[in-house]
Design a protein around this ligand. Structure first.
Ligand code: SF4
Length: 441
């Protein structure tokens, strides 16, 4: 069936066995897209009682039929596994180029099982799969690891990487794609970075020279010629092309959807500093697009905060809500700095901000034992405090050991704090107040 390579690489890191297996046609027909296929494979492979961080869990990277084709926004792909946060189904998504490159290298997806004795990375190139030593990469942040991998393999390789947080099995760690120069694209949710770390897998590098075939290219081209003008002239598309998802900050605030101060406030005048136009004016330097996407909502920043350069992927609606309004930080450059730190150390910005917001509120309410604080005096709007906490979370150091477990588990240890631990079945709530859009909670 065209649009697919028809093959998945099964890699067992316990014994180093690699197998390329065909995807049953029935699966391609009945389980659509990266998430659908990943769900079916995990259903087949993982015992429901398996510990998410054990070798028995399977970590699946899966593209969909449109990944790598000329369909606009088709670049996205899925990372899935049993989640250490929810202990149930976990999936996260990323755009960029990695999924397309994987298909060009001959695979629709990768299933990683087992656990390597030593840190490794996987290198996939034109059908070949190699498991390589990653001892020199272990401990590096995602930016450093991307640089080193490119020195080892070549600048044109595409990498999926975990940071120190994933290595340290932080439950809110993510997987980071296309990190430099203007990324990363992030599969942040559900602790997929911790599952990758539990397998001693630092990175998956891919390089391919193949093509993604479609059933009837001329007719697809004709179809796109007809629909593209409508897509591109649609007002939301135009806003996304200009401001990215930050275009949503103002409207979502008006709906009461943008969470403020750990979901406890309804209005906050300083939100104006975080709206799309303001962010663009103050810190955004340019636009990028995922593979073959005409919209190009992906922007990058170049600014300086506290004498430090902040360069790379711009803040989006979610990171502004999380590291901005949720924590009452209204300077977009400071939010961008925190976002970059999350990306470097390998934690999900949403979950990190939710657990930090819970921590500040618990402290304010006098629920956190002073001995636990290690000299920290939490307060709202303090980006330096958040910076310190992100580092502690990634290293599981001091109070970071508690926060690294995610907000549900952390709140179980602090009596009286569960009522303001904002999660749904263990996964920290994204930046949509359920009182505005009930389906999002
Ligand atoms: S650039 Fe934006 S709109 Fe285009 S595929 Fe990437 S995330 Fe989607």
């Amino acid at each position: 069936m065209k649009c697919y390579c028809g093959k998945i690489a099964y890699i067992n890191l316990s014994d180093g066995k690699v197998e390329a297996k065909e995807i049953p046609e029935e699966y391609l027909v009945n389980f659509l897209g990266g998430s659908g296929l990943a769900a079916r494979l995990i259903f087949d492979l993982v015992d429901p009682t398996a510990d998410p961080l054990s070798p028995e869990n399977a970590l699946v990277f899966m593209t969909g039929p449109l990944t790598g084709t000329i369909m606009p926004t088709g670049a996205r792909m899925t990372v899935a596994a049993k989640s250490p946060l929810t202990r149930g189904w976990g999936e996260a998504h990323a755009g960029g180029f990695w999924g397309t490159e994987l298909k060009r290298a001959g695979y629709d997806g990768i299933v990683v099982t087992g656990r390597s004795e030593k840190p490794v990375y996987i290198y996939i190139h034109d059908g070949e799969v190699e498991i390589r030593d990653a001892s020199k990469l272990w401990g590096l942040d995602t930016y450093e690891a991307d640089i080193e991998l490119k020195k080892l393999i070549g600048e044109n390789v595409r990498c999926a990487i975990i940071g120190p947080a994933g290595e340290n099995l932080v439950s809110i760690a993510g997987v980071f794609f296309d990190v430099r120069p203007d990324g990363p694209r992030v599969a942040g949710r559900c602790g997929m970075g911790a599952v990758m770390g539990s397998k001693n897998l630092k990175a998956i590098a891919v390089k391919g020279s193949g093509k993604v075939e479609v059933e009837n290219l001329p007719s697809l081209r004709e179809y796109l010629k007809r629909i593209l003008p409508s897509i591109m002239s649609f007002p939301t598309t135009q806003l996304y092309s200009t401001y990215g998802t930050t275009a949503e900050v103002g409207p979502m605030y008006t709906y009461g959807d943008l969470p403020i101060k750990n979901f406890s406030m309804g209005t906050w005048d300083e939100v104006r500093n975080l709206e799309g136009e303001e962010v663009a004016k103050r810190i955004v330097k340019g636009h990028r697009a995922c593979f073959n996407c005409p919209i190009g909502c992906w922007r990058y920043v170049d600014c300086e905060v506290d004498g430090e350069k902040v360069v790379g992927r711009a803040i989006e609606y979610e990171s502004i809500g999380a590291l901005g309004s949720l924590l009452l930080i209204s300077d977009p450059a400071k939010v961008a700095k925190l976002h970059q730190l999350c990306n470097k150390l390998g934690v999900d910005a949403i979950s990190t901000a939710v657990v930090v917001a819970w921590f500040i509120e618990a402290y304010e309410k006098g629920l956190i034992n002073n001995e636990r604080l290690g000299g920290i005096r939490p307060k709202w709007g303090d980006h330096k405090l958040v910076e310190e906490l992100i580092m502690k979370i990634a290293k599981r150091e001091g109070i970071g050991e508690l926060l690294a477990r995610g907000v549900r588990e952390a709140s179980k240890e602090v009596k009286g704090s569960e009522s303001f631990a904002m999660h749904s079945k263990g996964l920290e709530i994204p930046m949509h107040d359920p009182r505005a859009f009930k389906g999002m909670g």
